[in-house]
Write a protein that binds this ligand. Sequence first.
Ligand code: SF4
Length: 149
Amino acid sequence: MICDRNRTCTGNKCFKSIIERDGTFENYPKDEPIEVVGFIACGGCPGERLESAPADMKKYGAEAIYLASCYLAGYPICPYIEEHKKYIEAVVGLPVRVGTHPMPANYVKFHGEIGDWERDRAERWLVGISGNKADADKYDSTNPNFLKK
Ligand code: SF4
């Protein structure tokens, strides 16, 4: 699921990270396919599609729900991450991972400068999608080499 503020996102970074086993997908074996059964925006604050979308995804085979990296990359970070995670795990009955593709370098820089990740105690959600500079550069669309890789 993606943040509705990015409702027109192509999802390319999320899908790239699945294919290349980057970010939160790094521990999935490359020879085991990952099937995406749904891709949808949350519907807008506080999560209009939360009751129906994860349940539909479960019906069509989802074994886990990923709240995309844009939940953390927007400003401010989504204030409902904890609630979305709790609802999906408790009511729908699927595990939830927060974050998908590695956090791009431009977002790492921006959020570091304004300090909102620290203020909103976002570090716990960033485990697994930040801290690797090469990956941060690879997913940074402002990187001059972005279209060459
Ligand atoms: S901030 Fe959170 S609740 Fe609001 S649109 Fe984005 S993901 Fe949905």
